[in-house]
Design a protein around this ligand. Structure first.
Ligand code: C5P
Length: 218
């Protein structure tokens, strides 16, 4: 049994990809498996936290004791996050949110015709940046998946989105990134502290992330 060091704390975690509908049978998504966010939910729940997990489509079973809210699109995730944000102590946004969605969702299956089809994409809201604008007395944690300049981009995001810290990983490294059971991350905080967590299981990384949130809890 784990130490109940997060007993009574309310934690909101987002996980997985989003799915942006094109028509009733097609959608745009990404390679996120949801494993990192589900590991965070499991670790936080075992440490006594009251966990709300807002997740896009994944193949994973929700951890025991966690309040799972399943969504598909970024707009759905945005609405669910905003609804549950006010009562939280900690918010960790590990979801791989789509930056764009089809501007119009066709209500009938799009039939193929001669030539090309052009799809216009509309910008989705940046949920995390919106939270950063309204946060008061909450620990706000973001994720950053990069292929280059990992630390530099992470530091820019901390400022731009008003985060306490960011979990950054180089998805080109062996044993890091989307569908793997392990990850290699940097925990980079708003004070400029940079700490590398060497290759470990996503559950172990989750515990490191939760330990770091405690530095920022009031
Ligand atoms: O800017 P970038 O997408 O790299 O930032 C990643 C972080 O921002 C993640 O924590 C992700 O969940 C969050 N995000 C979001 N809404 C978006 C895009 C990203 O909350 N539309």
């Amino acid at each position: 049994t784990e130490e109940q060091d997060l007993l009574g704390k309310k934690i909101l975690i987002t996980a997985g990809p989003t799915a942006e509908a094109i028509d009733p049978v097609r959608f745009i998504t990404n390679h996120s498996s949801g494993k990192m966010g589900y590991a965070l939910a499991e670790a936080a729940s075992k440490r006594g936290a009251d966990v709300t997990l807002i997740a896009g489509p994944t193949k994973l079973a929700p951890p025991i004791g966690v309040n799972l809210i399943s969504i598909r699109s970024t707009l759905d995730m945005y609405a669910a996050v905003m609804k549950h944000f006010p009562e939280q102590d900690i918010v960790i946004k590990s979801a791989a949110v789509a930056d764009y969605r089809p501007e119009n969702i066709a209500d009938k299956k799009i039939k193929k015709e001669e030539g090309n089809l052009t799809l216009t994409l509309a910008r989705n809201p940046d949920i995390l940046a919106e939270l950063g604008k309204i946060k008061e007395n909450k620990v706000l944690v973001g994720f950053a998946a990069e292929t280059n300049n990992v630390i530099e981009y992470a530091k820019e995001k901390i400022i731009k989105k008003n985060l306490d810290f960011i979990v950054a990983n180089d998805i080109t490294e062996e044993g890091a990134g989307f569908a793997t059971d392990t990850n290699i991350v940097y925990l980079i905080d708003k004070k400029g502290d940079v700490r590398k967590v060497d290759k470990a299981t996503k559950l172990e990384i989750a515990h490191n992330i939760l330990n770091k949130t405690k530095e920022f809890l009031k």
